[in-house]
Design a protein around this ligand. Sequence first.
Ligand SMILES: [Fe+2]
Ligand SMILES: [Fe+2]
Length: 378
Amino acid sequence: MERNGTWTRRDFVRAGSCAGAVVLLGSSRARGLGRWVAAPRGSAPPVVDRLAVRVVVDNAQDALQRSARVGNVEVERVGMIMEPDLGRQVVSQFGLGYHLESRRGDETRNFLLDFGPTAQSELENLDLFKIDTAAVDALIMSHGHFDHFGGLMPLLERDRAKMRRDLPLYVGGEDAFCYRWFERPNGERKSAGVVSRSALDGAHVRLVMADQAAVIAGQAFTTGAIPRNSFEQVLPSTKVEVGVRGGAGCDASHFTPEERAGKIVFDRFPGEHATCFNVKDRGLVILSSCSHCGIINTIRQAQAVSGQTKVHAVMGGFHLSVAPQDYVAQTVQALKDIDPDYVIPMHCSGATFTWMVRDALPGKLIMSYTGTRFAFGG
Ligand SMILES: [Fe+2]
Ligand SMILES: [Fe+2]
């Protein structure tokens, strides 16, 4: 049962066997917004033997960094790209995209989590890193900002025909499909994009609503919606437009009356979710993407739904580059209390956070760049 906004291990939602027990959410379907399947409940999340995380797209690259073993993590750097020719280089852009490969016994699973901001970065880097999209078992989108989904439709347009027939796309809630906006202090707004549900339907992608914790392809799990139980708060400047126009947008019936009817309102990111693995003899590896709802809230939700308190690594965009210094310090102190083995800031984490982690959590900071591949576990 739901307790304080989290799920016990017994109630953990399992999506790996989705095909046999799908649930259609009537409100979305009735309004012609495409079909949802909701993940059925099942047992606790699995333990995997090994996890490799390839950073397909991030803000920056350092081609001079050498591969090394940091503690018990293998860190492989992409270095200079010399082949097939010098005219093709890693593309770094403001955004995030990952390729995840996990192993449990003799079974391997592949995931793409977020897709960078453009076709240019996502597709070129997938090719340069020799990632076989035909082997991908599931797609996962963390939230509905263009810097995380921009490469999704171009990927499907290029590779859908060779990908698995029943390819699922996990999102954390209806708001994944809302029009998003960034707003400057002077009130000027710029679009942060919208994911076309009809285009996804056209690509025969199976939409899975993981608004509660769910196992993905038998090896990963998503946190589901993340309760807000700490000092953290969604930082200003992000807005959401609730409703449908031009054949895209989100179903207003999922939102409060105040948020409905085409209004552009403060974005609470109700459906932002994180992807996680429980790695044997190591603990949780938690992959956040933008952490609008707070990286501490995210970690606590991953611990609560999995029953695993040990955090091996937390990585991703922590959305602290625009946060006040005392807020960043509070976050670092809370991280120190959680005591992960490693902290790997990316994308929107910010230099202040990175420097504070280096000083406050000695030996735990690992730098990440576009192309870096981290291997966790034996
Ligand atoms: Fe974002
Ligand atoms: Fe982002």
